[in-house]
Design a protein around this ligand. Structure first.
Ligand code: SF4
Length: 86
């Protein structure tokens, strides 16, 4: 599925971007709000794979993608690396 096509099914479509990019001073509940929306999203898997594949580590300090925070994406990358390396 082309990226722009699946984005039309995104649960975050039309919502304020700021909901998915909480400011540093906001607490974890700001991330939880975004994550709850992601949990209802039909394209959560596509979104997460895109984030893991295409967002470079230096850019990956912000935002909730595919239901995961930056730290959770870092852990997922590490988990996959360990799995791939046996
Ligand atoms: S998983 Fe979350 S951030 Fe990704 S498209 Fe769906 S609602 Fe948006």
């Amino acid at each position: 599925m082309r990226r722009d096509r699946w984005l039309t099914s995104a649960a975050c479509r039309g919502l304020p971007t700021s909901m998915f990019f909480p400011e540093r001073w906001q607490n974890a509940s700001a991330h939880e709000t975004a994550k709850k929306i992601c949990d209802t999203c039909r394209v959560k898997g596509e979104c997460l794979e895109l984030a893991l594949r295409e967002i470079r580590s230096e850019e990956d300090r912000w935002g909730v993608f595919g239901g995961l925070t930056p730290h959770e994406r870092w852990m997922e990358r590490r988990r996959r690396e360990r799995e791939a390396n046996g």
